[in-house]
Design a binder for this molecule. Structure first.
Ligand code: GSH
Length: 206
Protein backbone atom coordinates (compact mmCIF):
# COMPACT_ATOMS: atom_id res chain seq x y z
CA UNK A 1 0.00 0.00 0.00
CA UNK A 2 1.36 3.42 -0.97
CA UNK A 3 0.57 6.65 0.86
CA UNK A 4 1.26 9.82 -1.12
CA UNK A 5 2.09 12.85 0.98
CA UNK A 6 3.98 16.11 1.29
CA UNK A 7 5.80 16.67 4.62
CA UNK A 8 4.19 20.11 5.21
CA UNK A 9 0.65 18.84 4.60
CA UNK A 10 -1.48 18.75 7.75
CA UNK A 11 -4.07 16.72 5.82
CA UNK A 12 -1.47 14.07 5.04
CA UNK A 13 0.07 14.20 8.52
CA UNK A 14 -2.98 12.72 10.21
CA UNK A 15 -3.04 9.79 7.78
CA UNK A 16 0.68 9.09 8.19
CA UNK A 17 0.23 9.26 11.96
CA UNK A 18 -2.62 6.75 11.96
CA UNK A 19 -0.71 4.34 9.72
CA UNK A 20 2.26 4.51 12.10
CA UNK A 21 0.02 4.28 15.20
CA UNK A 22 -1.48 1.06 13.85
CA UNK A 23 1.85 -0.29 12.57
CA UNK A 24 0.46 -0.67 9.04
CA UNK A 25 3.00 -1.57 6.39
CA UNK A 26 2.70 1.51 4.18
CA UNK A 27 5.18 2.74 1.59
CA UNK A 28 5.31 6.51 1.97
CA UNK A 29 5.82 8.40 -1.28
CA UNK A 30 6.82 12.05 -0.99
CA UNK A 31 5.43 14.46 -3.56
CA UNK A 32 6.77 17.96 -4.02
CA UNK A 33 4.05 20.58 -4.06
CA UNK A 34 6.64 23.13 -5.24
CA UNK A 35 7.25 20.92 -8.29
CA UNK A 36 3.47 20.49 -8.65
CA UNK A 37 3.83 16.69 -8.48
CA UNK A 38 0.23 16.57 -7.23
CA UNK A 39 -1.01 18.00 -10.56
CA UNK A 40 0.98 15.61 -12.77
CA UNK A 41 -0.73 12.84 -14.74
CA UNK A 42 0.73 9.97 -12.65
CA UNK A 43 -0.75 11.32 -9.47
CA UNK A 44 -4.01 12.55 -11.06
CA UNK A 45 -4.60 8.91 -12.02
CA UNK A 46 -4.62 8.18 -8.27
CA UNK A 47 -6.43 11.30 -7.08
CA UNK A 48 -8.19 13.21 -9.87
CA UNK A 49 -8.61 16.12 -7.43
CA UNK A 50 -4.83 16.59 -7.45
CA UNK A 51 -4.73 16.81 -3.66
CA UNK A 52 -2.62 15.24 -0.94
CA UNK A 53 -3.00 12.72 0.70
CA UNK A 54 -4.05 9.65 -1.28
CA UNK A 55 -3.61 5.90 -1.03
CA UNK A 56 -3.02 3.31 -3.71
CA UNK A 57 -3.44 -0.27 -2.58
CA UNK A 58 -3.10 -2.55 -5.59
CA UNK A 59 -5.82 -1.43 -8.00
CA UNK A 60 -7.71 0.38 -5.26
CA UNK A 61 -7.31 4.10 -4.63
CA UNK A 62 -8.79 6.32 -1.93
CA UNK A 63 -8.40 10.05 -1.33
CA UNK A 64 -9.90 12.68 1.00
CA UNK A 65 -7.87 12.43 4.18
CA UNK A 66 -10.78 11.38 6.40
CA UNK A 67 -11.71 8.58 4.00
CA UNK A 68 -8.05 7.51 4.04
CA UNK A 69 -8.23 7.39 7.86
CA UNK A 70 -11.25 5.08 7.69
CA UNK A 71 -9.52 2.82 5.15
CA UNK A 72 -6.39 2.61 7.30
CA UNK A 73 -8.35 1.93 10.49
CA UNK A 74 -10.21 -0.86 8.69
CA UNK A 75 -6.97 -2.74 8.00
CA UNK A 76 -6.86 -4.40 11.43
CA UNK A 77 -9.22 -5.19 14.29
CA UNK A 78 -9.25 -2.15 16.62
CA UNK A 79 -11.61 0.30 18.38
CA UNK A 80 -10.78 3.27 16.18
CA UNK A 81 -13.94 3.15 14.04
CA UNK A 82 -16.38 2.98 16.97
CA UNK A 83 -18.48 0.13 18.30
CA UNK A 84 -22.11 1.26 18.20
CA UNK A 85 -24.54 3.27 16.06
CA UNK A 86 -24.11 6.22 18.42
CA UNK A 87 -20.34 6.07 18.13
CA UNK A 88 -20.50 5.76 14.33
CA UNK A 89 -22.83 8.76 14.24
CA UNK A 90 -20.59 10.86 16.47
CA UNK A 91 -17.37 9.87 14.69
CA UNK A 92 -18.93 10.76 11.32
CA UNK A 93 -20.26 14.02 12.76
CA UNK A 94 -16.80 15.15 13.87
CA UNK A 95 -15.14 14.04 10.63
CA UNK A 96 -17.69 16.02 8.60
CA UNK A 97 -17.41 18.99 10.96
CA UNK A 98 -13.66 18.99 10.39
CA UNK A 99 -13.88 18.83 6.62
CA UNK A 100 -16.80 21.24 6.12
CA UNK A 101 -16.40 23.77 8.97
CA UNK A 102 -12.88 23.78 10.40
CA UNK A 103 -10.77 22.82 7.39
CA UNK A 104 -11.81 25.70 5.08
CA UNK A 105 -10.43 28.41 7.40
CA UNK A 106 -7.20 26.68 8.45
CA UNK A 107 -5.16 27.43 5.29
CA UNK A 108 -6.00 31.15 5.63
CA UNK A 109 -4.51 31.21 9.12
CA UNK A 110 -1.47 29.21 7.98
CA UNK A 111 -0.81 31.69 5.17
CA UNK A 112 -1.60 34.94 7.00
CA UNK A 113 -0.08 34.13 10.42
CA UNK A 114 2.74 31.74 9.52
CA UNK A 115 3.93 31.53 5.93
CA UNK A 116 3.78 35.31 5.34
CA UNK A 117 5.49 36.06 8.68
CA UNK A 118 8.33 33.64 7.87
CA UNK A 119 8.77 35.31 4.48
CA UNK A 120 8.65 38.82 5.98
CA UNK A 121 5.35 39.67 4.24
CA UNK A 122 2.46 41.61 5.80
CA UNK A 123 -0.65 39.58 6.57
CA UNK A 124 -3.98 40.57 5.04
CA UNK A 125 -5.51 41.70 8.32
CA UNK A 126 -9.15 41.58 7.13
CA UNK A 127 -8.79 38.02 5.90
CA UNK A 128 -6.95 37.01 9.07
CA UNK A 129 -9.55 38.62 11.35
CA UNK A 130 -12.48 36.94 9.58
CA UNK A 131 -10.80 33.51 9.76
CA UNK A 132 -9.82 34.06 13.39
CA UNK A 133 -13.37 35.05 14.36
CA UNK A 134 -14.72 31.87 12.78
CA UNK A 135 -11.97 29.78 14.38
CA UNK A 136 -12.94 31.07 17.84
CA UNK A 137 -16.59 30.14 17.23
CA UNK A 138 -15.54 26.64 16.16
CA UNK A 139 -13.07 26.19 19.03
CA UNK A 140 -15.84 27.16 21.47
CA UNK A 141 -18.01 24.34 20.07
CA UNK A 142 -15.10 21.87 20.25
CA UNK A 143 -14.16 23.00 23.74
CA UNK A 144 -17.72 22.46 25.04
CA UNK A 145 -17.83 19.03 23.42
CA UNK A 146 -14.56 18.05 25.12
CA UNK A 147 -15.64 19.20 28.59
CA UNK A 148 -14.85 16.34 31.01
CA UNK A 149 -13.78 14.09 28.13
CA UNK A 150 -10.43 12.58 27.23
CA UNK A 151 -11.21 12.02 23.54
CA UNK A 152 -14.00 13.10 21.18
CA UNK A 153 -16.02 9.87 21.12
CA UNK A 154 -16.47 6.93 23.48
CA UNK A 155 -13.78 7.89 25.99
CA UNK A 156 -11.01 6.48 23.81
CA UNK A 157 -8.99 7.37 20.75
CA UNK A 158 -10.91 7.07 17.45
CA UNK A 159 -10.42 8.18 13.86
CA UNK A 160 -12.39 11.34 14.80
CA UNK A 161 -9.49 12.49 16.99
CA UNK A 162 -6.99 12.00 14.17
CA UNK A 163 -9.36 13.74 11.71
CA UNK A 164 -9.81 16.87 13.83
CA UNK A 165 -6.31 17.04 15.35
CA UNK A 166 -4.72 17.26 11.90
CA UNK A 167 -5.96 20.84 11.59
CA UNK A 168 -4.04 21.73 14.78
CA UNK A 169 -0.70 20.68 13.29
CA UNK A 170 0.36 24.34 12.91
CA UNK A 171 -1.79 25.71 15.74
CA UNK A 172 1.15 27.43 17.45
CA UNK A 173 2.82 28.79 14.33
CA UNK A 174 -0.52 30.01 12.99
CA UNK A 175 -1.45 31.69 16.31
CA UNK A 176 -4.55 29.66 17.17
CA UNK A 177 -5.81 31.06 20.51
CA UNK A 178 -5.28 27.77 22.36
CA UNK A 179 -4.87 29.43 25.78
CA UNK A 180 -8.56 30.38 25.74
CA UNK A 181 -9.71 26.79 25.16
CA UNK A 182 -8.47 24.56 27.98
CA UNK A 183 -10.41 21.43 27.04
CA UNK A 184 -9.14 21.59 23.46
CA UNK A 185 -5.59 22.17 24.70
CA UNK A 186 -5.72 19.18 27.07
CA UNK A 187 -7.17 16.97 24.30
CA UNK A 188 -4.51 18.13 21.84
CA UNK A 189 -1.75 17.34 24.37
CA UNK A 190 -3.06 13.78 24.53
CA UNK A 191 -2.85 13.42 20.75
CA UNK A 192 0.56 15.13 20.67
CA UNK A 193 1.88 12.64 23.22
CA UNK A 194 1.36 9.76 20.77
CA UNK A 195 4.72 8.65 19.34
CA UNK A 196 3.11 8.36 15.89
CA UNK A 197 1.95 11.99 16.10
CA UNK A 198 5.38 13.18 17.16
CA UNK A 199 7.21 11.27 14.45
CA UNK A 200 5.03 12.83 11.72
CA UNK A 201 5.47 16.44 12.80
CA UNK A 202 6.16 18.61 9.74
CA UNK A 203 9.47 20.47 9.48
CA UNK A 204 9.44 24.10 10.57
CA UNK A 205 9.86 26.53 7.72
CA UNK A 206 11.05 29.48 9.81
N1 GSH B 1 -10.42 17.78 1.42
C1 GSH B 1 -9.10 17.30 1.13
C2 GSH B 1 -8.16 18.48 1.13
C3 GSH B 1 -6.74 18.05 0.81
C4 GSH B 1 -5.85 19.24 0.51
O1 GSH B 1 -6.32 20.37 0.25
N2 GSH B 1 -4.56 18.99 0.53
C5 GSH B 1 -3.65 20.04 0.20
C6 GSH B 1 -2.34 19.81 0.90
S1 GSH B 1 -2.52 20.04 2.67
C7 GSH B 1 -3.47 20.02 -1.29
O2 GSH B 1 -3.20 18.98 -1.86
N3 GSH B 1 -3.64 21.18 -1.94
C8 GSH B 1 -3.45 21.33 -3.33
C9 GSH B 1 -4.71 21.67 -4.07
O3 GSH B 1 -5.79 21.75 -3.44
O4 GSH B 1 -4.64 21.86 -5.28
C10 GSH B 1 -8.65 16.27 2.18
O5 GSH B 1 -9.09 16.37 3.34
O6 GSH B 1 -7.88 15.35 1.84
Amino acid sequence: MELYYWPMSHNARKTRALAKHLGIDVTEIVLSMQEKDHKKADFLAINPMGQIPAIKDGDYTVWEANAVLIYLAGQSPNDLLGQSAQEWGSITQWMLWQSTELSPIVPTLHVENYFKRVRGLDPDSDKEAAAMMRLKELLAVLDDALMGKTFLVGGRLTVADFAVAGDFTQSRNAAFPMDSFDNVSRWLSRIESLPAWQSTSPPNIG
